[in-house]
Design a protein around this ligand. Structure first.
Ligand code: HSE
Length: 453
């Protein structure tokens, strides 16, 4: 008989045929929790038909009980004690949408210890404590599902796990933070300043409780960690990711990139190399004509390059209440259907052959190989050739050199697009350039991603 290598790792945890109502306990009734409640109530019949049984919210834990009662009305028990939901005997699955990594870890581990499945949209929790949580879930034979944690409305975990199951994944790249994409779009299209654009994103419920997670690229790195684990079968390596947000990005570079035919996007990239996997979040130049450059506002998009399907791309809302609820409920439907099937299928790094790929290391920054954009302030326009020559001497392939359009109050600036070069070599060349007499100020560098095969 055929034995799946994943299933053969440990005995199956069989449960009786599940046809009764799936009883849900939810921790948190903020942006995502209230959306989940609304969509569950509104589409109750269709969701039950798809799940093969009804899904019922039986208890909710909230910090503000009065506010929660106003949202939930009658019929759902309320408690201020999240642990009561996590361990409740009448709950089959715990939906954790409170966020954070401290108490949330305790609640999720308690739920698992009590034999409950968990659905969460908490990317920080899984990126940081995922190894412990997935190991506990595997031990108990329960599912931890997290579609809502990554690019909320886009079923990208399902796409990697199911739709692209035949493929070897080469790379995954995407705009996976709605808040920063919203800010970049508002700054570019409406000339809003950074603080005003961030305030709007917060008012619309897109930003994390601590928006530093968004603007410093941390939230995107949490999501990238989960994508890489699913794509490459590597363990969750958040601590090894290179993370750069948009706070150091200068308006002048947004304008200069446009002049060269590019747009700047905060991109998460996980790319397989011979030596391991690049795992990085940073603002990069993408060609203005590329679909990725057309992803604006709080929308997200993820591209996947795989060996059989080739390039595929997924687009949808990257933040929002019902947009995240859509994914949370899809996970509940999955739990309703899969209750009884081996839970290791939901461990991200066991979704592909663990033995062959678990050793994948994260490639150090110096070994990342991409093209680059440089903006070099000089004293005189005639010094453009000296800049190009200095880079060529250091074996940096120069593809394009131009003068930036004049800006009031700014001196001449040389713009350079390089061919692919290792980051370590580029750093040395920039260091040399910086020391040249012709160079009048700090050299700005950003990576360029062609996002082609
Ligand atoms: N703060 C997150 C974002 C919410 O802006 O993408 C969705 O994960």
């Amino acid at each position: 008989m055929y034995r799946d290598p994943v299933e053969s790792l440990e005995p199956l945890h069989h449960r009786p045929a599940a046809i009764r109502t799936l009883r849900v306990g939810m921790i948190g009734i903020g942006t995502v929790g209230s959306g989940t409640f609304r969509v569950l109530a509104r589409n109750r019949a269709d969701i039950a038909a798809r799940a093969g049984r009804s899904i019922e919210l039986v208890i909710v834990a909230a910090r503000n009980l009065q506010r929660a009662a106003g949202i939930l009305g009658e019929g759902v028990a309320l408690t201020a004690d999240a642990m009561q939901v996590a361990t409740h005997p009448d709950v089959d699955v715990v939906v954790e949408v409170a966020g954070g990594t401290g108490p949330a870890r305790e609640w999720v581990l308690a739920a698992i210890a009590h034999g409950k499945h968990v659905v969460t949209a908490n990317k920080a929790l899984l990126a940081v404590h995922g190894a412990e949580i997935f190991a506990a879930a595997r031990e108990k034979g329960v599912i931890v599902a997290y579609e809502g944690a990554v690019a909320v409305s886009i079923p990208i975990i399902k796409a990697l796990r199911e739709g692209l199951a035949a493929n070897r994944i080469e790379w995954v790249a995407g705009i996976i933070n709605g808040t920063t994409n919203f800010i970049l779009s508002k700054m570019r299209d409406e000339g809003l300043d950074f603080a005003a654009a961030l305030a709007q994103a917060q008012a619309l419920g897109y930003a994390e409780a601590d928006p530093t997670f968004d603007i410093e690229g941390i939230d995107a790195a949490h999501k990238l960690t989960l994508l890489a684990a699913n794509a490459f079968g590597m363990p969750l390596r958040f601590a090894d990711a290179q993370v750069e947000g948009i706070t150091a990005l200068q308006g002048v570079d947004v304008a200069c990139a446009e002049q060269l035919g590019y747009r700047i996007k905060l991109l998460g990239v996980a790319r397989r190399q011979a030596a391991g996997v690049e795992l990085r979040v940073q603002p990069v130049l993408v060609p203005a004509t590329h679909l990725m450059a057309q992803v604006n506002g709080s929308m997200n998009a993820v591209m996947v390059k795989s060996d059989a399907a080739g390039l595929t791309m997924y687009y949808g809302a990257g933040a929002g209440s019902e947009q995240t609820a859509s994914a949370v409920i899809a996970d509940l439907v999955d739990v309703a259907r899969l209750d009884g099937v081996h839970a290791a299928r939901h461990v991200p790094h066991l979704g592909v052959h663990a033995h062959a790929t678990n050793a994948l290391a994260v490639v150090p920054r110096a070994a990342v190989h991409t093209s680059h954009y440089l903006r070099v302030p000089v004293h005189a326009v005639g010094q453009i050739q000296a800049v190009a020559a200095c880079l060529a001497e250091r074996k940096v392939p120069v593809r394009q050199v131009a003068l930036a359009a004049e800006r009031p109050g700014a001196g001449p600036q040389v713009l350079v697009l390089t061919g692919p070069v290792e980051q370590g070599a580029l750093d040395l060349a920039v260091h040399a350039l910086q020391a040249r007499a012709e160079v009048a100020g700090a050299v700005a560098t950003l990576r360029v991603e062609s996002l082609e095969g």
